[in-house]
Design a protein around this ligand. Structure first.
Ligand SMILES: *Cc1c(COP(=O)(O)O)cnc(C)c1O
Length: 296
């Protein structure tokens, strides 16, 4: 398993006519390029959990995710890289044909266990999983350790030059880390990919180091809910790729990029704004779309 390549993190320009018209610059921080499996924000969120597990002399990582989970895949790969045994608790009944993600995690040594949705919801570890010497990482890496890692994301760019930083938001761990490290003149905006996630703000605040309020959340770009999409989103992903050369995934980053284009049309960013978008990875999930849907 190859190690993490921080050198691959670049801030790539996204030069769309609407951005020029509104006199703003937009760059995309390419965390998607750090590793083929441990992509995007997931490595940052995992690293301190793995350190804690090591400090506690635990050699087995247990975590949770769906059949296409970027978090499960990243955890499986990180565990292989750092010599931990790994178990993945997967939401739902065992499917007739496992997703490519689940095939891949097993290739990397993760043992997987399916749980029905009510049990999954309670984050119950099935009895058959041996929990001796085990360390549990919460679903999506949500928690203080996850946010502490996400705080390091902006160390990989010229952070002070941006006026606005935006990211896609699932559990809120990444944005909490960004808010914790942002400078007073910067606005952090999170684009929620879940429909009507009313606990989100409280979940983020629970991870903040100080009582900061220089962040906001937008809830209007979920396209029907988590992992939902339509032709508008797919066409947007192809257009965005044609214009910027930057691929996106339909669960997270496409909704972020779509939101940014839409918000700039609404003059959300004052002229002169320097906007940074976090490309949090997750491209592997596009394999669930039928072939030919995307041009990349
Ligand atoms: C997991 C994930 C997110 C969400 O991160 P949170 O810290 O859970 O908010 C965003 N983008 C991608 C590509 C992800 O895989």
């Amino acid at each position: 398993m190859e190690s993490i390549n921080y050198k691959n993190i670049t801030a790539d320009p996204a030069n769309l006519p609407v951005f020029a018209e509104k006199k703003i610059t937009v760059e995309v921080l390419r965390l998607d390029n750090i590793h083929p499996f441990i992509s995007g924000n997931k490595w940052f969120k995992l690293r301190h959990y793995l350190d804690s597990a090591r400090e506690e002399n635990k050699n087995h990582i247990i975590t949770f995710g769906g059949a296409w989970s970027n978090h499960l895949l990243a955890t499986a790969a990180a565990c292989q890289l750092h010599q931990f045994q790994s178990s993945g608790i997967v939401r739902g009944e065992k499917p007739a044909t496992p997703s490519p993600t689940l095939i891949q995690v097993q290739k990397m040594g993760m043992q997987i266990f399916f749980t029905d949705r009510p049990q999954y919801h309670e984050k119950i570890v099935p009895q058959e999983v041996d929990q001796t010497n085990a360390y549990i990482i919460p679903e999506g890496g949500y928690g203080i350790n996850g946010a502490a890692g996400a705080k390091e994301i902006l160390d990989h760019c010229e952070k002070e030059k941006y006026t606005h930083i935006l990211c896609a938001v699932g559990t809120g761990t990444m944005i909490a880390g960004l808010v914790n490290t942002a400078m007073p003149h910067q606005t952090i905006t999170g684009v929620s990919v879940l429909k009507g996630n009313h606990e989100l703000e409280a979940n983020i605040r629970a991870l903040l180091l100080t009582d900061r309020s220089n962040f906001s959340l937008v809830h209007d770009y979920h396209f029907g809910g988590y992992a939902k999409y339509n032709d508008t989103l797919i066409n947007f992903m192809n257009d965005w790729y044609r214009q910027t050369g930057i691929p996106s995934d339909f669960v997270y980053t496409a909704k972020l990029f779509y939101a940014v284009v839409h918000l700039s049309g609404l003059n959300y960013f004052p002229a002169g704004s320097r906007v940074l978008l976090i490309h949090s990875g997750g491209l592997q999930g596009n394999a669930s779309l039928s072939k030919g849907t995307l041009i990349f």
